[in-house]
Write a protein that binds this ligand. Sequence first.
Ligand SMILES: Nc1ncnc2c1ncn2[C@@H]1O[C@H](COP(=O)(O)OP(=O)(O)OP(=O)(O)O)[C@@H](O)[C@H]1O
Ligand SMILES: [Mg+2]
Length: 288
Amino acid sequence: MSIIKTEELTYVYSAGTPYEKTAIDHINLQIEQGEFLGVIGHTGSGKSTLIQHFNGLLEPTSGKVYVDGEDMWADKSKLRGFRFKVGLVFQYPEYQLFEDTVYKDISFGPKNMGLNEDEIDNRVREAARFVGLRPEQLEKNPFELSGGQKRRVAIAGVIAMEPEVLILDEPTAGLDPKGRDRILGQIKEYHQQSKTTLLLVSHSMEDIARYAQKVLVMNQAKVFLHDTVDNVFAHAKELGEIGLSVPQVSRVMMGLSEKGFPVNPNCYTVQKAADELLRVLKGGNANA
Ligand SMILES: Nc1ncnc2c1ncn2[C@@H]1O[C@H](COP(=O)(O)OP(=O)(O)OP(=O)(O)O)[C@@H](O)[C@H]1O
Ligand SMILES: [Mg+2]
């Protein structure tokens, strides 16, 4: 069964005013339990609006959202439970840190869930370990930390709630490439170990190719493509038409293939492309 499902999900900002804007328009989606889904699309295509429906932050203008088969808005007294089930880390989450120690910030969510002190302590330490914060950093004031470390604190705060679905909205925006790779690597490891369903909103096709299993491409408030990484990147031409591009390395591989070099053009990461080139150079057949 899908962990998240939407039916004709539509959201209109400022309805009935001159600023009315349909941000997502009749979205029908199913997200399977345990998958790692990359969400990509232009600025304003509706990514953040869509994912804010999955933990009940936004109420649909029309249409439905189901979590674990249950209609989220059927009984409003149950909304709180859905918010614990689906954890959301906002874009630039460091602006939402407000406690005077890292420990208190990470424990905010688990405390709200009404867990006991020991359980909270375990979860805080485990979550901090997952995101690569050292135990002594727990006693620091979050404002003493670097941008990347603050980002980790915010992510740990959601992980500590042990949500069934973890959604990260551009978790690496504004970080340097090293900090970016480190955080994404940890998120991937978290996904593998916890079996949590993971949604990663990103502007980078390279990152999606490297980390995600499936991709949702949003375009002008609609779903443009929703499929496996391979199947989505096989639509290089259509992606190009809406101004998105497949990773640079796949353009190189497709170019080589078009020129008659016997490589498999469907290589989306540098590692895969390197393996493929080596194989062909050593005399293997393409598409083996
Ligand atoms: N609070 C708001 N009030 C009015 N319109 C909004 C609001 N938030 C978003 N919008 C509009 O809704 C549309 C979708 O915005 P959304 O933030 O969901 O896009 P996005 O894909 O997340 O963009 P980005 O990549 O820039 O984060 C855009 O046209 C945006 O201007
Ligand atoms: Mg956004």
